[in-house]
Design a protein around this ligand. Sequence first.
Ligand code: ZN
Length: 193
Amino acid sequence: MIAGHFGFAAAVKSRAPDTPLWALMLATVWLDVVFIPLFVVGVEKTERAGDARSGYGASIIHADWTHSLVGMALLSALLGWLASLPWGRRPGLVVGLVAASHWVLDLVVHRADLPILPGNAGGLPLLGLGVWRHPQAAMAIELALVLAGAWLYWRAASRVVATAGRGGRAAAVAAVLIAAFGVLVLALDVTAA
Ligand SMILES: [Zn+2]
């Protein structure tokens, strides 16, 4: 899931206007951003699920550090704390919670590959509801997140420009761009081999 995370960030922006959109977009994929260098050095890995019928949602992801429940909480707290330094307490809290939301959305789609403790210490049960086994359902969830996020963003942004006495065109353009970007990212994700 990539597009769905961005859609969720746009939805949060509509309720947290004092937090920059780019920071919410970064927060929403923060765990995956930290995953990339660990993946490059081979600490975290992916493999193709045996039951996968398409490229989309086909991965079992061994992100035992960044996507463990405890690791996610620590990484989210770190990003939230960093955001609180320039922007204050509430935006810091929002950024931290958005970072944590990544794990909750991943929990829905991932096959059971999310550990509780970092490094899967103790070999506790792995978590994941596995909606990726049904790619159409996962796509529908992502598309709904993108469209709902763009719509909520548009509603909130047009209210802001209306109170500022300006036309609503910029808000509409921004919302269309968010929706188009989300659909494009989803299309690339779905068509990736
Ligand atoms: Zn992830």
